[in-house]
Design a protein around this ligand. Sequence first.
Ligand code: SF4
Length: 457
Amino acid sequence: MLGPRQEFQAALFYEFNLEDHVPEGHLLRSIDRFVDLGDMRKHLAPFYSDIGRPSVDPELMIRMLLIGYIMGIRSERRLCDEVHVNLAYRWFCRLDLGDPVPDQSTFSKNRHGRFRESDLFRRMFESVVARCIKEGVVGGDIFATDASIIRADANKQNSTPKDEWNPDNLDPNTVPRAVKEYLEVLDDAAFGAASEVKPKFTSHSDPASQWTGAMKGPAFFAYATNYLIDTDNAIIVDVEASRAIRQAEIGATRTMIRRTRDKFDLYPEILTADTAYGSADNLNWLVNEEGILPHIPVFDRSKRMDGAFPATAFKFNHKENEYTCPGGKPLKKYWRKMAKPRSGVSKDGFMRYYARKSDCSTCALKTQCTPNQPTRKIARHIYEGARDLAREIATTDAYVDSMRRRKKVEMLFAHLKRIMKLDRLRLRGPNGAKDEFLLAATAQNLRKLAKLIPQTA
Ligand code: SF4
């Protein structure tokens, strides 16, 4: 049964008003101006029974959770202790001095139950983004995206190597919650369907987490938190949990771009990101499907390390469908007529153009062009147009500005790990990661709002 709203009930037998003991400039006082949980009770009401004992006020629990993320208190037990003794925390939670603080087990029940079923944390995150837009701190023109790896609550001792792991052996009716969630996301683009490559190890306690060695040290199990930010004031406009692999992170960015457009009518003109997002397929999606300018370095494996002419020294002729080399000779896909027409596109989406052996063998530029091979070849992606556009953008001053703006998303991740201490998840499963990332991003946006919009006396 949904319990009554927590309200200040000042005791009659002493003269103590919490309001007077929270300094004007306290971070929580600044943030409180932007926390509007007015419609949360209405939203949660259908998830409570009409009979039974009144529950702890959900708004109180949400305010306590927010304190945990804003102040970097990662343990729920410690959070309850801190709220008990800290006057500013009590004030933020609308608890008077004598009011009891909920037990930590209450959080667990609500987090995995009503809060998750009602998608409460996403709703709360989006309401804070809407407030940022309303306050005029979101420009909406230049977005940046990136992902950061966060350790999962899983370890290698409790895992299985890839040859021995088979999800078909798991019974969804008997496995723990995190394993059940893993089975549910096997076809999800941000998780199971992101790659066909099996991870080297799979955790028993949190199988959706990714075994990764991406942090240049011993490998571990992790999730990725993906941010899409507006670069004017580094406001996080969307956040998404995914597997800690590049394909999943790119998929998460696409989800976030579509969602911010549908939810907030935000159509960025520019997206800036690092090389991980510079694949031909992704650049094409941005340019030709979304109409967004990619201020992203092109992911290019064709770069020559031997000092030979780069691919950009070869000019493409669309009409003839051939390249012209620095020596003025053509490079074609096929030099003889094919009985059956072929597309010439390989599995990886590239077409190869070859110079004629007789041209190269007599060419004065051969040592600068193809020192170790009899002929020069150039690979062209089916989405080369989008790659060319990205290369062209990379020569502009606007690109230099975008690269500077991109750093803001990295700074948010540094803040997330160092100040908010979210370097290891406490909750398991994709939903646990999702909840933690949403709450952390909400807290970061609230801190930013408090900083950008000073209190007036
Ligand atoms: S080596 Fe071949 S491809 Fe290179 S410049 Fe000479 S003719 Fe052209």
